[in-house]
Design a protein around this ligand. Structure first.
Ligand SMILES: O=C(O)CCC(=O)C(=O)O
Length: 365
């Protein structure tokens, strides 16, 4: 579809200047600001852009975290499982993690994104290494998104290395805050996965051996500067997440939208909660019982927004395939087995062009 040029990005706002500077940087491709203008019909619906809803199921997981009583735990697992089947998304509250942990991570991330571009570029990734700093990532082949990211593998040494590249003097606080955050997310990820498996009636420890602190879980800190024309572009365009599950913290500004029965629903920000969604691999393991659902991030014209997305992923050699107990003559395996490394690579190269990369691994009837 050709890019319409009727709606253009004004070039005189601070945010536009920021991206213009980024795009003129000699290390990157030269791009026109109109690369952010999405074709008509693919843009966000402005009417729903600023509205938030509390419809996404909210689950108090405190009882399961204390895990003394099996009956109480099973009740939480059943609620989580229902939400994962019906929505693919749910909010968790009373998870027991200190609120201070998220604000420390956010504070350090804000300091990072406030740096001059040349300083941030010291942590830039490359075509062979997706980790590090990036801005205005290409989506759907040629369109750009209005966001900057700091993407990291969740391993203290690697986070420390990234922080040291950018600001050796302050790196200690940054890497400690981000390492504390990712360590806590790794633990929470496993607890949620166990509850999700229990809710399917399979051994809750069935997949535990595929996860480790040195595995391939990653975290992406998304920063969305104010945008002069938020109705023609995205912070992040519609996508599903590739891994097992994602645990998202969003600040008070809001912009996450979830697709539900073909409609986009804005997720109300709420302090001390996390939004959890099912990724493609868990959809496969559950043989399509759990849903990996499309979501997207909108931007707005007045306030910068930040979100921290933790992607809970298995180790690279893990073979992902429908769990045997969830298949039967009536419900045969929907997907062929593949390794997580294989899918990560496939999704990395194809998700910018197709929405449902996972369909490539479907068993052909
Ligand atoms: O910023 C958001 O709310 C969404 C983030 C997201 O979907 C992602 O990082 O994959």
């Amino acid at each position: 579809m050709p890019i319409t040029t009727r709606s253009t990005m004004p070039s005189s706002t601070p945010a536009a200047e920021f991206f213009a500077a980024y795009l003129q940087d000699s290390v990157t491709q030269k791009l026109d600001l109109n690369a952010f203008v999405w074709p008509e019909g693919l843009r966000p619906e402005t009417s729903s852009g600023g509205q938030f809803s509390n419809d996404v199921p909210e689950i108090d997981i405190s009882a399961a975290m204390l895990a003394k009583n099996e009956g109480v735990r099973a009740a939480v697992a059943a609620k989580i499982s229902k939400a994962a089947k019906e929505w693919g998304f749910f909010r968790i509250v009373n998870h027991g993690l200190p609120p201070d942990m998220m604000s420390r991570a956010e504070r350090q991330a804000h300091k990072f994104f406030a740096l001059q571009l040349d300083q941030k570029m010291r942590a830039a990734g490359s075509s062979s290494n997706p980790f590090g700093y990036a801005a205005a990532g290409p989506s759907r082949a040629i369109m750009r998104s209005w966001h900057e990211t700091l993407y990291m593998l969740c391993n203290h040494a690697r986070i420390d290395n990234l922080a040291n590249k950018v600001w050796p003097v302050l790196a200690f606080h940054c890497s400690m805050a981000l390492s504390d955050y990712t360590t806590a997310m790794n633990k929470l990820g496993l607890q949620l996965l166990e509850l999700l498996l229990q809710g399917l009636g399979v051994d809750r420890n069935k997949l535990t051996r595929h996860y480790s602190v040195e595995g391939s879980s990653s975290a992406r800190i998304n920063f969305y500067p104010p945008c002069p024309k938020p109705d023609v572009t995205f912070g992040l365009p519609p996508h599903t997440d590739s891994g097992t599950l994602t645990i998202l913290h969003q600040d008070a500004v809001g912009g996450l939208q979830v697709c539900r029965n073909g409609k986009w629903i804005g997720v109300q920000p709420k302090p001390n909660s996390f939004i959890v969604n099912i990724g493609d691999c868990l959809q496969v393991w559950s043989n399509n019982i759990y849903k990996s659902v499309e979501h997207r991030a909108l931007v707005n014209s007045s306030r910068a927004r930040m979100s921290l997305a933790f992607f809970y992923n298995p180790t690279d050699d893990t073979i992902v395939a429908p769990i045997k107990e969830l298949t039967s003559a009536k419900t045969p395996a929907v997907y062929k087995p593949f390794s997580w490394a294989e899918y990560r690579l496939y999704a990395g190269t194809h998700k910018s062009k197709v929405l449902n990369a996972i369909d490539h691994f479907k068993v052909r009837q």
